[in-house]
Design a protein around this ligand. Structure first.
Ligand code: CP
Length: 326
């Protein structure tokens, strides 16, 4: 069955925890739903009443700019109410457990919780214990499903289809929840994925996820349509996995010199935040190859789609985003 044949009303999931658990049809349904919301974002009044009366809490226990603001805007543009909890100002500092914090938030009649945490599995723990929907906004090195969905949405916007698209994921694969979610999503949709980076930053057995592996960035860049460049995650690295950032830039960074040798139409993506001058030279991040800010814009539409599918009226009527505007 193609995604177009799945009625929105058949979306049965309470939570979005990762792309590993989604079928290709479910991923396409999210992308197609996001198409409609992407159009809403171009209107003078960027708001529809799809989640009127619902309340969404953002629980971010790790720093975030893009994901937190994007979820907040997505909720507001669907007319939901929002509340935010940050670890540094919460009662976690007084000894309250994470689960107690979440249960207390839910007791305030919250319908969905968006959670980011440094430990893998926290969203799954909350999903088991809450009646509210739980959305993973990044858990440790495990998954960042909405980032991968917005990355895939941006590739689909550019190329039409993911089938046969050649995508490289470059950099710190070992510590990257973005890489893991991208690999699950892209391979399910038929893209051909190559991971490339220093041997110390690529986990053993990665090929079992259905990807090719290379340590030669120039060879890979010569034969792909898209390169998704990952941030060097200094905060998650234990030990000396890199000799120096200067050497990393020379061997794996997208420098202007390296970009002079790649195919003209190569698309450069990055989930952000960018370490300018390390994995991406500023002239590349801001250059004609880059779709980084398109990714950010698309992220709002993708998160609107996820919130809507998890919590909305879940009917095509509810999808009539051209309807009443509050
Ligand atoms: N891509 C991403 O997750 O960015 P933030 O850490 O700013 O949310």
């Amino acid at each position: 069955m193609s995604a177009a044949e799945i009625p929105v009303s058949e979306w049965k999931r309470k939570d979005l925890l990762g792309l590993e658990e989604l079928s290709a049809e479910e991923i396409i349904l999210i992308l197609e739903t996001a198409d409609s919301f992407r159009e809403v974002l171009e209107r003078p009044i960027k708001k529809v009443p799809a989640l009127r009366g619902k309340t969404i809490a953002n629980l971010f226990f790790e720093p975030s700019t893009r994901t937190q603001v994007s979820f907040d805007l997505a909720a507001k543009r669907l007319n939901a109410d929002t509340a935010s909890v940050a670890a540094r100002s919460s009662s976690l500092l007084k000894g309250e457990t994470l689960l107690d914090t979440a249960l207390n938030i839910e007791a305030m009649k919250v319908d969905a919780v968006v959670v980011r945490h440094g430990s893998a599995g926290v969203p799954h723990l909350l999903a088991k214990n809450l009646s509210a929907s739980v959305i993973n906004a990044g858990d440790g090195c495990h998954e960042h499903p909405t980032q991968a969905l917005l990355d895939i949405f941006t590739m689909r916007q550019r190329f039409g289809s993911l089938a046969g698209l050649r995508v490289a994921i470059l950099g710190d694969i070992a510590h990257s929840r973005v890489a893991r979610s991208n690999i699950w999503g892209l391979t399910k949709l038929g893209a051909r994925v190559t991971v490339v980076g220093p041997p110390t930053l690529i986990p053993p057995g990665i090929e079992e996820m259905g990807v090719d592996l290379s340590y030669d960035v120039d060879e890979v860049l010569a034969r792909v349509d898209v390169v998704n460049v990952l941030r060097i995650q200094r905060e998650r690295q234990e030990g000396n996995l890199l000799p120096s950032l200067r050497e990393y830039r020379m061997l794996y960074g997208l420098t202007l010199e390296r970009m002079a040798r790649v195919p003209e139409n190569l698309v450069v993506m990055h989930p952000g935040p960018v370490n300018r001058g390390v994995e991406l030279d500023p002239a590349v991040a801001d250059g004609p190859w880059s779709v980084i800010l398109d990714q950010v814009t698309n992220g709002v539409a993708v998160r609107m789609a996820v919130l809507f599918l998890l919590m909305g009226e879940q009917t095509r009527e509810g999808m009539r985003v051209s309807g009443e505007v509050l």
